[in-house]
Design a protein around this ligand. Structure first.
Ligand SMILES: NC(=O)c1ccc[n+]([C@@H]2O[C@H](COP(=O)([O-])OP(=O)(O)OC[C@H]3O[C@@H](n4cnc5c(N)ncnc54)[C@H](O)[C@@H]3O)[C@@H](O)[C@H]2O)c1
Ligand SMILES: [Zn+2]
Length: 376
């Protein structure tokens, strides 16, 4: 890492914009104005943040833009997943109209994945699309949500059901802001990093394990390295497959079960915690199906537990309920549910037909759910 931190260049030839940079460095939030590329040069900037993040970092970001001669204002919205709605999208777009923001405006999404998705969807649709800068402030948003261009909102029937894929012009990630993040949220992001190791790099998984204490102590250099490594991995999948027809599906490892558990908990279970449990369950499923090398689930459990993440289904959740929810997941095709599995630690699995997700009968999933603590 140089004094400037890490820079990951993300090139996506068939998308707009076709390339952008993710800058990962302690203190980088104060350098947003100088980092803005020509595509994000605007007459005015609107920083969209949730109330908590607006209070912590919003005013200072606006001040820093203004001092650099970039007219800026703050638009705060309530925080939390229940706020990622079409109604909130309408409210934010209305506020932009009221503020007189035109095609020469630029949105800066400052916050966790909820704000990134919501403000990103606003930027993608407002006046048929204005530039977007992502300044993620949760670990999960940094190493996962802010890279790849997926934006959108939830509906009462499911998460992320309305949205578009559109790339930001710049992503700025400052690990120093993670000092104020609640520990459960920090761990949530670490689960996605473990997922990146599980699907793409055994070496990365080992590094996460050996660096676990420093990461949990929020040492900014360790966090910057973690974020850069994860962003490289996520970007490699997204670059190969921006619209998620093939390889990008590997990033859904652990997520079929995770989405069911989150939904059953009425979203009280943090996403990354659900992903941690989901990865262990899906690795065991893979082992049972002969897709995943024996011992992979155990290895994941070991790393996740070291990071203080859950590996068993909490409370008493009926296995059949979990299965019913997986059937409603977007990744379902026909009667069987599709899972993105791993072949071994560091390698995602392909089906015999070369698919990046594998259709599995519900009956095969029941025993692994039971093993993970679900009621049968
Ligand atoms: N677009 C994608 O590719 C993608 C990928 C993964 C997840 N997501 C989405 O991301 C969302 C989850 O994101 P999240 O986990 O970041 O949750 P979040 O955005 O709800 O943030 C979690 C909480 O942390 C607070 N917070 C944020 N930054 C903080 C900071 N630095 N200090 C103190 N508090 C802070 C927020 O106010 C919020 O209460 C979900 O909606 C999910 O669908 C999107
Ligand atoms: Zn996830």
């Amino acid at each position: 890492m140089s004094n400037e931190g890490f820079r990951v260049h993300i090139a996506l030839p068939d998308t707009r914009p076709s390339e952008y940079e993710a800058v990962i460095a302690p203190g980088s939030i104060g350098r947003v104005p100088e980092l803005l590329p020509a595509e994000a040069s605007a007459d005015r900037y609107v920083v969209v943040a949730d109330a908590e993040v607006a209070r912590l970092y919003g005013e200072s970001l606006v001040r820093c833009l203004e001092e650099a001669g970039r007219p800026a204002s703050l638009l705060a919205v309530p925080s939390g997943e229940p706020e990622k709605t079409r109604a909130r999208w309408a409210e934010v777009t209305d506020a932009l109209v009221e503020r007189g923001v035109g095609r020469d405006g630029c949105i800066i999404a400052l916050g966790g994945g909820v704000i990134g998705d919501l403000a990103g969807f606003v930027a993608a649709t407002y006046m048929r699309g204005i530039p977007l800068v992502q300044v993620p402030t949760t670990l999960l948003a940094m190493l996962d949500a802010s890279v790849g261009g997926k934006t959108g909102v939830d509906t009462p029937l499911g998460k992320n059901l309305v949205g578009v894929v559109r790339q930001p012009a710049l992503v700025v990630m400052d690990p120093l802001v993670l000092r104020t993040l609640p520990l459960a949220e920090l761990r949530s992001g670490l689960a996605e990093a473990v997922k990146h190791g599980a699907i793409a790099s055994a070496g990365y998984l080992e590094w996460i394990e050996s660096t676990g204490d420093r990461l949990l102590e929020r040492q900014s250099n360790a966090l910057a390295e973690l974020i850069a490594w994860s962003v490289e991995i996520k970007a490699s999948f997204v670059t190969r497959d921006p619209e998620e027809h093939g390889p990008r599906k590997a990033l859904n490892f652990g997520h079929t079960i995770a989405h069911a558990l989150e939904s059953l908990s009425a979203y009280t279970l943090p996403h990354g915690h659900a992903v941690a449990i989901g990865m262990v369950v899906e690795a065991r499923l893979g082992e049972r199906l002969g897709v995943t090398r024996e011992g992979s689930a155990g290895r994941l459990e070991q790393v996740l537990e070291r990071l203080g993440l859950p590996v068993r289904i909490p409370g008493s959740v009926p296995a059949r309920e979990i299965l019913a929810r997986t059937a409603r997941d977007k990744k379902v095709r026909r009667a069987r549910t599709r899972y993105s599995l791993i072949a071994e630690i560091g390698q995602s699995a392909r089906s015999e037909q070369g698919d990046w997700s594998i259709a599995v009968d519900a009956d095969a999933v029941l025993p692994v759910l039971a093993e993970a603590g679900a009621d049968v």
